[in-house]
Design a protein around this ligand. Sequence first.
Ligand code: PHE
Length: 340
Amino acid sequence: MLETLKSLQQEVQAIRPSSAEELESFRLKYLSRKGIIPSLFDELKQLPSEQKKEVGKPLNELKQYAEGKLKEWTAQLAERAGQGEAPADLTLPPVPNTLGSLHPLTLTRYKIIEIFERLGFSVADGPEIEDDWHNFSALNFPENHPAREMQDTFFIEKSPDVLLRTHTSNVQIRLMEKQRPPLRAIMPGRVYRNEAISARAHCFFHQVEGLYVDRNVGFADLKQTLYHFSREMFGKDTKIRLRPSFFPFTEPSAEIDVSCFICHGKGCNICKHSGWVEIAGSGMVHPNVLRHVNIDPEEFTGFAFGMGIERVTMLRYGINDLRLFSENDVRFLRQFKAVF
Ligand code: PHE
């Protein structure tokens, strides 16, 4: 028995468990209820009492040693697991730094602001949840205008009406209620229309409103400002074209087209083979609008425009589907990292 104990002691000392599994089989083999050490204790009970003393001490020592070892290795393995399995390999390439990037609509908005700031325009904004007065009535919309219908506009409440603004022109009114001319501001923001979603339309999109009110502001100022903007935005060769149009809050009114710089007028999908792409609505501020904000139309005149930020961005980067802007697909968004 003493011999057995001695060789067991040596056996246990030599064991170096290197994983949780090996440690567990060590425990099972030597210390579990049916393991070697407990069964030696059972044998001990059968021995005559002189031998019990002789064998008991080294057996107890063996048990304590095995238990101590189990504890020590359990702690060591836990510590190693916490530090990761292998030491760091310094020759591996680093984990790439995945910084986010600005959304293409943000990049375009910044660029638009930069161009108009150089012309002395300030930046203003207003609420997306709006009342009837600022979105429609003050802007000279008649009672029966189709934009006031549920199928065109998202209403939150009816009479008095609370709605999601359908354009950024509401900010024109809010600005003129607060400030006296001369006024020169652009107003970027999100707008909402009750439209079926497709590659060319969405229930929300972004506009930049522009407003310039002072003495002697004329149509030539409107034209020259937008011409300057287009050349700064799309390149020095860009031409613009004004097409007669109608808005309740401007008179006369015009749509602004820029020459298609993708095909340079030869005709492509972006310009629908016309050589021109529409980017904004515009016109001279209607005298009724000025009266609604207590500005005398005999003394002051102004021009206004509303430009689609998605439209400008699609042209700028050759994007052909409006839905890409709001799908949050990183494969799309990552492409705009360095462009400003
Ligand atoms: N608010 C018009 C629209 O959303 C655009 C516009 C703004 C037209 C200012 C003229 C003047 O279509």
